[in-house]
Design a protein around this ligand. Sequence first.
Ligand SMILES: [Zn+2]
Length: 330
Amino acid sequence: MKLANRRIFVLLLAQFIAPSPFIAAAPESASASILGRQYIRVADWAQKSGLEVHWVKQDETLQLSNSRFKIRLTVNSSDSDVNGVSVRLLFPVAIRNGAPYLTQLDAEDTLRPILFPPANRPGAKIKTICLDPGHGGNDPGYKVGDKEEKKFTLLLAQELRDQLAKAGFKVSLTRTSDKKIELPMRPELAKRRGADLFISLHFNAFPQKTVQGTEVYCLTPAGAPSSNARGEGAGAGSFPGNRYNDKNMFLAYQMQKSLTKSLAVEDRGVHRARFWVLRDATMPAVLIEGGFLSHPVEGRKIGDPGYRRQMARAIADAVTAYKRQVEQGR
Ligand SMILES: [Zn+2]
């Protein structure tokens, strides 16, 4: 064997012996308790979900994919990416004996609803949308210079109301003027008005002026921590809104996808929180943080009616996308 040939042979052999980048599912140790939490092997869950798994970077970044989805997971991180949209997991991905694991909660309540959209019972239509412009009256929300959050949440809600009405929805607002509405009253109003979805609208601010982008929140499932530090009523219990864990997540994902794709804003991801308005909602609910008033460019855009119209269109498109998939029934 000539030297060159031998080198090729060794290379081929090395490839043959080297572990395949594809991670095969095996029956043993399919689930594990890590730090007292139930984890399942990513390979097993992926196989069950019709996804192929491989390491993008060995022991660091994983990709799960099929013809419709591309999911990126990172070992020891709660960051994930589903078709280019950032989704914050409840718990970090773990690795044991070289195999990556995901919590049962994330498999069931974070990723599954995105891959397999939940369905309404046959005939149950999504007709009435309750919009909740954040803050109002003596609660201005964030204040940046002369900009008050409460003003822009109402302007966005009014624009969104018009667009949703044009798309054939019945729309109701928790407030139509600069009035304070107590937090528990907001989901209560949605319930009284027979809303099928509840959408709370907010804008953000941060001392560091470079921070920008949109984020969408849905209710934290029982037994998991919220991904923000300022969630009201912290606690890991179950709330009325937890009945809709799967629909909450699917709606939040549709929102963040539509906002980031059509506005070209920074994708700060889908997050979980136990905000009052999400906890007590008796229908699928999300809270949208539409951007940072404190960012010089984004803050200016939020003040622009044309930009708010675009944002309202992105939200209305997400409602329509949600409706189309959830109404298909089983
Ligand atoms: Zn707010």
